[in-house]
Design a protein around this ligand. Structure first.
Ligand code: ZN
Length: 161
């Protein structure tokens, strides 16, 4: 009784949770399990559909934090699609923090199915995500700041005069 990676089929000891090579959640290998109680992990592992474990990991969705990402992973797992999380590039958040956006990665063969699940649940849309116009936000903050300075000067002058 060992754990194997559903993605690259590499065997792992039972105390591992994720594949060392590709960080997929591990599933139980063949063989009857006597000592292992039917844990929730086992329950989940049984659900993974072998059709959805082929190919490279590709990004299927984006979550703004760990809890949301895990919720989406659970939804995908309901359909037998294994997934793994990656910290979205460009955000430097210490690893111990649960904050910070996550990319949800699925094997390429599960991508279409995963998209269907997430589209159905209206988690993602058909349109590519609108990149936040950072420049206009900076401008808004600047204008807000200037307005404040102006008001302070105005009322300050009023009070002094
Ligand atoms: Zn692997």
């Amino acid at each position: 009784m060992t754990l194997v990676c559903p993605h690259c089929a590499q065997p792992h000891p039972l105390d591992e949770r994720f594949c060392r090579a590709c960080s997929m959640p591990l599933v139980y290998g063949d063989g009857p399990s006597v000592e292992e109680p039917v844990s929730s992990r086992h329950e989940r592992a049984r659900k993974i559909d072998p059709r959805y474990v082929e190919g490279d990991l590709v990004r299927v969705a984006y979550a703004t934090h760990q809890a949301e990402a895990e919720f989406l992973q659970g939804m995908l797992l309901e359909e037998g699609i294994p997934s793994t999380l990656r910290r979205t590039r460009g955000f430097d958040v210490p690893d111990m923090l649960a904050a910070g956006p996550r990319d949800i990665m699925v094997p390429a063969s599960g991508h279409a199915a995963a998209r269907d699940v997430l589209l159905e649940a209206e988690v993602i849309s058909d349109r590519p995500p609108d990149p936040e116009p950072a420049a206009s936000r900076v401008l808004a903050v600047l204008l807000g700041g200037m307005a404040l300075v102006f008001l302070l000067a105005w009322f300050g002058a009023d009070l002094l005069g």
